[in-house]
Structure formats: C-alpha cells, structure tokens
Design a protein around this ligand. Structure first.
Ligand code: SF4
Ligand code: MSK
Length: 654
C-alpha cells in the first residue's frame, strides 16, 4: 500500500535525512516542505511568456462556470487556458529535447575527436557496433580503418543537429508503418535543433494558438529527442566506451568507504567519468591517496552518470536523484564532481556543513560557491588527475561527524538491446524470437518500461517499487532506466533471485534464461534502447506490424524533469501507452488533457494517462497490455497458461 506520509522507503535515505536535521544541513526533502508547489503553475494555468502577464487562468473552484465567465478566463492577449496549457507543455518538451540533444551533440563532437586521434586516452571500443552503425547509415566500410569510418559516421550524426530539410536518419530504424504515419501527420523531425527552435517559436506569444496543432507539433520535437539526440548519444557512447553487458555491482549510500577517499560523479555525460574510472585506479593516484592517510580511492556514481559507469565498469552507485545531498550528509565525501542536468544547486549549501568540495566540470554549467575545474577531453588524463588530486587533498579535512549507512544492495546492470538479443537468442542466433514466443504463449504477459526521476512531492522510490512489484507479479517483464532503475536495484529487484516476486509465467522464463524480472537498460538517454527493443519485437514478427500493436506500456511514476516529459511524449508518439504519476502539467485544461489522454490514441496509437496511485497505474498498464493481446488474438494463450498453473496447484495439494 502507498504511504503518502513517509519521505522515502529507503532506510539509508531516512537515516541521512535525520542526520541532516541533526547537523543543521538543509536538503531537498526539507525544502519541499517549506516550498509548496504553486497550484496554478502545476496545472498549466499560468503563462509568463510576455510582459503583459504573467497571466493566471484557473477555473473557479467548487462552482459551475457560466459560458460568459469561461469566455473571460483568458490572458491579457486573449490566450485561452487550452492554448496556455498546451504551449507551456510544448516548451517543456522543447527543453527536454534540447537537453538530450545537446548531450548528443557533445558526444558527436567527442566521437569525431576520438576518431581523429585528438582525444588521447580514448579509443573505439566496440568495433562491431561501429560497423553496424556504418551499415545502418550507409557509410562505406571496405578496407578502411575504424577511425576513417568513424569520422564519416561522426560527420553524418553531427549534421543531424543542424539539418534543415529531409528527416532524421534514425527514423528509418522504426517499423515502416510508424514511419509512414509520422510522414502522413507531418511530424517526422527534419533535424534536432530546427525542431527545438520551431517549438520555441510556435510557443512564443502570439504564434501557434490552436491547442491540437501545438500538441501535435510537440510530437515532432519529442521524436527529435528519442529517435534523434538521445539515440545518437547512446549509439556513440556504446561505440567509444563499449556496449553494456551484464555486470555485477552494488547500490546505495553504503557503498561509500570510511577509510578511502570518496569521490561521487554525478550528472549525465560520461566522458570525464570514464577517465575518472581509469585514473582513480592508477598506482600513482592510489599512492598519492595513501600519502594523505587514505587506504585508496573509492569512486561512486549518482544519477545517470552513475548508470553509465555502472553499466560499463561496474562502478557502484551511491544513490539516485533525491540522494545527491544525502551523500554529502554522510560526512565521508571528499568531492562531488558534477557535469550537466539534475544537479541540485542545494549541493553547495549542504556542503557548507561538511568538508565536501562540489566541483563543476562542464563549460555550460557552473554553480555559485562551487569550485570549477573545467574538463578538457583533449587533455582528459590530466583533467581527471587534477580533479582526483583535489579530492585526495581534501581527505585530511574530513571531520569526525561521519556516518555511512550500512545499506547497500547487489544488482546486475547492463541489459542493452544487444545483450537482450544475445541472452534470448544466443550469440549465433541473436534474436528477440524467444521473447516474442513467450509473449505469444502467454508466459510473459507484456513488457513495461518504467523510467524517470524521483520527486520529493511523492515518497522517494515508493511509486516505483509498488508499480514494478505489481507488474512483475502479473507477469509483465520490466525494463528500466534512470533513477527508477536505481530504485528497483536498491529494493533488490535487479538480481536473478528477484524472480521469486514474479508471476509463475515470468518467473519460469527468468529462471530459464537466468535474468532478473527487472532489467537495467541504462541512463535516461538510453530510453532510446527501449525504442530499438520495441522495434526489434515488431520486426521479429507475431506481434503486429507497429509499436502500437505490441502488448507494451510505459511509465514514470516519480517524474520531475522536462526531459522525462519529452521521453514520455516520444514514447506516446511512437505508439506506446504511457502513464505518469505525481502530477500532470496540463490538468488545468480538460480539453488539452482529453486530447493527450484520449484523442491521441486515435492518431498515434499511443496516448498519455495520469495516475498518482502506482498500483492503479500498474493496472492501467496491464489493462492496456491485455487489450493489445486481445487485438493480436493471443489472449487465449495466456488463459491456458493460467489454467495450467491452477491445475498444477491442484496437483500439489493432492
Ligand atoms: Fe499573458 Fe498572453 Fe503574455 Fe501569456 S502571452 S503572459 S497569456 S498576455
Ligand atoms: S538523472 S532526468 S532525475 S532519471 Fe537522468 Fe534521474 Fe530524471 Fe535526472
């Protein structure tokens, strides 16, 4: 049962919230109590786009509105509540797409630098993925070197950002029927930057003022994220740093070490963190740490940089989004090294109560009061050494007020699309066939992507745990990314033994393949892997000819960021039913909400839903999965599986 009164279901988090209060350190949980959410903005009823406003257009509470009152409920420019809710929503999609897109652009430039030999210390690690990418993009392989091929791929992908005409290259990876639908609806993105720019223009005061038109344009910008910026980032990161494969590690604040220099790497872009993972184990660095009285250097991750490091190096995770300040509260963190996205400014204020140095490293992101040591990928080893030495030097300043929670949990990560392919089909017959077959025969009811952030407006990790447990209990295989993947890992759901919590059908498949019922697929950028996995299921046959035919659903029970909304909208635009929890940003306009929640299904085959109760939300997903199974004519197979189970129980009781 959901308990709304608690702050978190994670004991390490609760312990550190208490310590923060004792130490007089402010953290997000406390700020969320004093700063209540504004109900007008929360509902999408506030427009601040021009200096004639800000305008508030909320409906009167507790009484029926007359037609005349409704007519007057507009902004100074005459903008209706529908226009206001829709354009604020589309602006968030544009911001989310811009964030993932800018990450993708930096990775494309970095990829070029690696290919040209201008980024010493990095090399192309996954040749197979490089060649697959070359085939997908029509880049000549011949007897050319990997580097020459990579330069051509890098240039093609870099062009995707500034492209003005045509359509994004990766759209061709989608099922044909989906591609045709996007073209017919005029939502096939041309380039990444142009769609963000157009969305900002459309939503400027006095431009696009028909909510349906706005919301459909939102699909175009969001698709430029999922099938554009995010997918480019994921592909490139796999080629340079290696495609993730299953790796065992641990998660939660208990991974910090009392006798070592603890460095947390936090943010999203993995270039620096990759080098930190290597350099921190360098004999010179370890000797330096020992010279300062520490027994070694312990690197741990936070948020999505953590997912990147975990998947490829097995670097342990200290926690998810809401735990970032709490890591500092342990008193045992020498440096919190951050790059971009999801970094709370409150880190600096929390760090004032301890010895932790907050170090910003990205040219786009500084924080007042933090130390800025800019990362230079052309001189990555030196950059990483400087940062690590700064942390080591700080070890002597660690005070006596240290308390590291004992809580840490084993987890397995690294289930990329390729890994699922191999695990299911075998190295020489890699395919999704066994997955599809198990869906068709009813052992697996369907597949759910449960992704997104934490949000202090809802108990930390609780929505995720209740939803995921309900899904696996009902034989739904769960794929996860971002901070929700970490929530499940902390709850012990990302080890094969967690199959005990799954329904009989899912459990039998997990035990046969040796996988957990909840698979870690990466960082939030890696939601593009879910699009590829869904497309692979379509292409393998037997489950319809479009993503919208599949018995799949998506969710973000604890979302908070604009990136999460962009992810949700590209899932919906790709044909996936997607339910968000916590809050919904257009709830102040019934028309806009109905359009997204109902009309979108007729247009895209996927639609949004909002349900703050995670168990009810799980059942919305299960109902949708069952609806799709029925449409595919495979609902009877599942009934047979259930009949078999009942018979088995009967036999057991004899
Ligand atoms: Fe108000 Fe219109 Fe300006 Fe928005 S654009 S702030 S609704 S006047
Ligand atoms: S870090 S976007 S809080 S998932 Fe990707 Fe977590 Fe959400 Fe940030």
């Amino acid at each position: 049962m959901a308990d709304k009164e608690i702050k978190s279901i994670d004991p390490a988090t609760l312990e550190m919230i208490e310590k923060a209060a004792q130490d007089g350190a402010r953290v997000v949980f406390e700020r969320a109590e004093t700063m209540r959410a504004c109900p007008i903005g929360d509902a999408g009823n506030c427009c601040s786009l021009c200096a004639m406003g800000p305008c508030r257009v909320m409906a009167p509470r507790g009484k029926e509105e007359t037609v005349e009152e409704r007519r007057k409920r507009v902004g100074v420019c005459g903008a209706t509540p529908e226009t206001i809710a829709a354009r604020m929503f589309v602006r968030k999609l544009a911001a989310g797409t811009a964030s993932h897109g800018d990450h993708g652009r930096v990775m494309a430039k970095f990829f070029m630098a690696v290919a040209k030999g201008e980024a010493p210390g990095y090399r192309i690690k996954d040749e197979q993925k490089l060649l697959q990418l070359a085939l997908d993009l029509g880049v000549n392989i011949g007897d050319r070197s990997n580097e020459a091929i990579a330069v051509d791929i890098g240039q093609l992908l870099l062009n995707e950002f500034g492209k003005q005409e045509g359509e994004l290259l990766f759209l061709k990876r989608a099922p044909l029927k989906r591609q045709e639908l996007w073209r017919k609806l005029g939502v096939a993105p041309r380039g990444i930057d142009i769609e963000v720019s157009e969305a900002m223009h459309r939503t400027h005061m006095g431009t696009d003022q028909e909510y349906q038109h706005l919301l459909n344009s939102g699909v175009k910008v969001a698709l430029a994220d999922g099938w554009g910026g995010s997918m480019i980032a994921t592909e490139i990161q796999d080629v340079i740093f290696g495609t993730p494969a299953p790796v065992l590690s641990q998660i939660n604040l208990g991974v910090l070490k009392e006798d070592e220099v603890n460095i947390i790497i936090h943010g999203h872009e993995p270039q620096l963190a990759e080098m930190m993972a290597v350099v921190s184990q360098d004999a010179e660095m370890i000797a330096y740490a020992k010279s300062k009285g520490a027994n070694g250097i312990n690197l741990a991750g936070m948020c999505c940089t953590a997912n990147e490091m975990l998947m490829r190096h097995g670097v342990p995770i200290a926690g998810n989004f809401l735990q970032q300040e709490l890591a500092i509260v342990t008193g045992a963190v020498e440096a919190m090294v951050v790059d971009v996205q999801c970094i709370m400014q409150g880190l600096v204020d929390t760090a004032r109560c301890y010895h932790t140095k907050v170090i910003t490293t990205d040219f786009r992101a500084k924080i007042q009061g933090a130390t800025h040591i800019e990362f230079n990928e052309h001189n990555a080893v030196e950059s990483a050494k400087t940062i690590i030495k700064t942390a080591v030097d700080n070890f002597v300043n660690r005070g006596k007020n240290v308390r590291i929670p004992v809580h840490k949990t084993d987890m397995i990560a690294g289930f990329s699309h390729e890994t699922i392919n191999y695990l299911m089909g075998g190295l020489f017959r890699a395919s999704y066939r066994p997955l599809n077959d198990n869906i068709i025969n009813g052992r697996i009811r369907g597949v759910a992507g449960v992704v997104g952030c934490n949000n202090p407006r809802t108990p930390h990790d609780q929505g995720n745990q209740l939803m995921v447990m309900e899904l696996i209990k009902n034989d739904v295989l769960v794929l996860q990314t971002g901070c929700m993947a970490m929530a499940s890992a902390k709850a012990g759901l990302m080890v094969p033994e967690a199959a005990q919590y799954a329904g009989e059908g899912l459990r039998s498949v997990c035990e046969a393949v040796g996988i957990p019922p909840v698979l870690h697929m990466g960082a939030c950028i890696d939601n593009s892997r879910l699009l590829i996995a869904a497309t692979a299921m379509v292409k393998d046959g037997g489950l319809g000819d479009d993503i919208s035919d599949l018995p799949v659903a998506g969710a973000a029970p604890e979302w908070m960021s604009e990136k999460a909304l962009a992810i949700g909208h590209y899932f919906v635009g790709s044909g996936v039913f997607t339910v968000f929890g916590t809050t919904w940003p257009t709830i102040g306009s019934q028309e806009v909400t109905d359009y997204l929640f109902k009309d979108f299904e007729g247009i895209y085959g996927g639609m949004w839903a909002f349900e703050p109760d995670p168990i009810k939300a799980a059942h919305l997903m299960i109902d949708h999965i069952d609806k799709k199974r029925k449409a595919l004519g495979i609902d009877k197979a599942r009934e047979r599986v259930l009949y078999d189970m009942a018979m088995r129980r009967e036999l057991d009781s004899v």
